[in-house]
Design a binder for this molecule. Structure first.
Ligand SMILES: Cc1ncc(COP(=O)(O)O)c(C=O)c1O
Length: 485
């Protein structure tokens, strides 16, 4: 290749223009704060299409060299040259540029409130309160750890002892027959969802999600260019038949459901709907991702048949975690699915993080095989049921008909509807200023007068105090019935 061809002819015209304009800026021809020629003027001057100049200016914009002021023009950034004549990266511009989308601003706000010094009562984050954690079980497990033997990189698919323990656990507690070779250990169910998207889907693919849903709040779908098609959650889960017309229009690649004690509505998908969903999956060849962090939390100890346990044809990819039944900080989650996709995802996990940390895996293996694990689950169920009763009682006492909800039989969330004349933002602002934080419905993808009260994180006193604070925060607003009657 000649020198000429490696520079001017193989470099796209817009890049050549961007390079040249950058040089002119750095030489001081266009100092910081000055305006570049308009796109139209520069295009005429260089005898190129305006779109070529727009693309060139986009390059300068992405590099933080210029700013585009809508309706005014393109201005050289003030950070281009410092006093010492050095050029520094524009970090703000970099922070905006990455392809991974930011969290929903309200989600970010919630985490800031919860971590702030203020004494916030936390009805927003889905984790267990200290009194529900199996502390002595975890301490026992920790004591048995052979720290020196487990200090190296782990098997990328997950520690073998843990996968064997999990295989036994899945059969005993969830009716799922899955050999350890078909299991992948992940950093919570969250990473499991991310790996599935990264490994098995492509930008432009369409997937079904529930509306409302936890998945809605995750930017991971949209950051990967996945189109999400929401189906409303009814009292007994989504209507599986609603998938068929969507599939005919969009060619659905995957169905994401959280059928048991759904986040946020607390609903349980009926056995009939589960069967119909599996039917549709096998009729159209669409895999189902069953996201199941909650089925073990059924308060009265009834065994809930997971979709995966009903899946005779192997179309369900099952994901779950220990976050809602042991401790979210362990970050132990898993995927059970066909070996081919498990190996593919293990390969990606290796590239991302070199496998899951060994110590939490050791603790999890000990916990799952402990004779006391079953007793812990019983205690957890009773504890969650008590919290549910307490929050329901307090809401009825303070709010009567101002908040409506369906009482769940498992899980950690109460899906509530305001019967109050106020906007979501007004209510949330007032609640925060009274020291209580919850998840407003819009971050979960639904109409604005719903909100999620997650009652597992607060202790008994905090639940009552939290509902009282919520009452104080909203007592100035009229109820809908008052206004309309
Ligand atoms: C339905 C659902 N899926 C996945 C997760 C992720 O949890 P983790 O990554 O802690 O397992 C949550 C957490 O709230 C959830 O509710």
């Amino acid at each position: 290749m000649t020198r000429k061809s490696s520079t001017s002819t193989t470099i796209a015209k817009y890049k050549q223009i961007a390079n040249e304009m950058e040089q002119r800026i750095l030489c001081g021809e266009f100092p910081a704060g000055s305006w570049l020629p308009s796109e139209r003027a520069l295009a005429a001057m260089l005898e190129v299409n305006r779109s070529t100049v727009v693309a060139a200016y986009d390059e300068l914009l992405a590099a933080g060299i210029v700013k585009r002021i809508k309706g005014v023009g393109t201005q050289v950034s003030s950070s281009v040259l410092t006093d010492r004549n050095k050029r520094l990266p524009d970090w703000e511009q970099y922070a905006k540029a990455g392809f991974f989308q930011p969290n929903h601003p309200v989600n970010r706000q919630i985490h800031q409130f919860v971590q702030s010094e203020r004494q916030m009562i936390n009805f927003a984050i889905g984790e267990l309160s200290p009194d529900l954690l199996p502390v002595s079980l975890m301490k026992d497990a920790y004591r048995t750890m052979e720290a020196d033997r487990y200090a190296g990189y782990e098997d990328f698919q997950g520690n073998l002892k843990l996968r064997e323990a999990l295989s036994g656990h899945l059969l005993a507690y969830r009716g799922i027959a899955s050999p350890h070779s078909s299991l992948l250990i992940t950093s919570g169910a969250q990473q499991a969802l991310h790996l599935i998207i990264q490994a098995l889907l492509n930008p432009g693919d369409s997937v079904v999600i529930e509306d409302p849903s936890y998945a809605y709040s995750l930017p991971i779908f949209h950051s990967s260019g996945i189109k999400t098609l929401p189906i409303p959650v009814e009292r007994d889960g989504i209507d599986p038949d609603a998938i068929v017309p969507l599939h005919k229009r969009h060619r659905i690649r995957m169905i994401f459901v959280n059928p048991h004690f759904h986040n946020p509505t607390g609903t349980l998908m009926s056995t009939d709907k589960c069967a119909r969903l599996l039917d549709i999956s096998t009729t159209y060849g669409i895999p189902i991702v069953e996201d199941d962090p909650y089925s073990l939390t059924e308060y009265d100890g009834h065994r809930i048949p997971t979709l995966k346990s009903m899946d005779k044809d192997g179309t369900v990819i099952y994901i779950s975690s220990l976050s809602k039944i042991v401790a979210s900080g362990l970050r132990i989650g898993w995927i059970a699915g066909p070996q081919a996709i498990i190996s593919r995802m293990a390969d990606i996990k290796q590239q991302i993080d070199f496998g899951h940390p060994s110590y939490p895996q050791w603790i999890a293996a000990q916990l799952l095989t402990s004779e006391q694990f079953n007793a812990h689950i019983q205690v957890l169920r009773t504890g969650l049921k008590n919290k549910r009763d307490r929050v329901v009682r307090s809401l009825r006492q303070y709010f009567a008909e101002k908040i409506t909800f369906t009482v769940p039989n498992g899980g950690i969330h109460l899906w509530c509807k305001w019967q109050i004349e106020a906007t979501e933002q007004q209510l949330f602002r007032e609640a925060v200023s009274h020291g209580i934080v919850y998840a407003p419905g819009s971050i979960l993808g639904t109409s604005l007068n719903h909100f999620r009260l997650t009652f597992s994180r607060a202790n008994d006193d905090q639940i009552e105090q939290g509902v009282h604070r919520l009452f104080q925060a909203t007592k100035g607003f009229a109820t809908l019935t008052q206004k309309h009657s």
